[in-house]
Design a protein around this ligand. Structure first.
Ligand code: AMP
Length: 111
């Protein structure tokens, strides 16, 4: 069965989209942890960071550039967090690679 993010990519579920190109989709997190909380995902099916191969290096770089662009668009370029949860012990609940772009308030310590 397809996970939630693959269903969003395929247009089967709605999302609050903030960026899209042929390779990448970005949308607002449904349960935001901060005033700005955006998820940046590849359209390619990649479960998480440990599944990334050398062939994905350009795609990962582009995802970071998209995060940079969105940080400016949402006026959080002076203070944001860009993170990915890898595996259950890190709290990953959706097995499709995603970067969390979080900002718009004073953020606390990690973990
Ligand atoms: P993670 O714990 O790193 O796997 O993060 C998954 C994130 O996806 C959580 O922050 C959820 O709030 C978010 N999420 C789950 N379903 C949706 C959805 N349909 N649209 C937007 N965000 C979602």
């Amino acid at each position: 069965m397809k996970n939630v993010f693959l269903r969003i990519i395929d247009g089967e579920l709605p999302c609050d989209k903030v960026f899209e190109n042929e390779r990448i989709l970005a949308f607002k997190d449904i349960a935001p942890a901060a005033p700005v909380h955006i998820l940046i995902i590849p359209k390619k099916s990649i479960p998480n960071i440990v599944s990334v191969g050398k062939e994905d290096a350009a795609l990962l770089g582009e995802m970071i550039l998209v995060a940079n662009q969105l940080a400016h668009e949402f006026h959080i370029q002076d203070g944001f967090r860009l993170l990915t949860n890898n595996g259950k012990n890190a709290g990953q609940i959706i097995d499709h690679l995603h970067l969390h772009l979080i900002g718009g308030k004073q953020l606390g310590p990690i973990a």
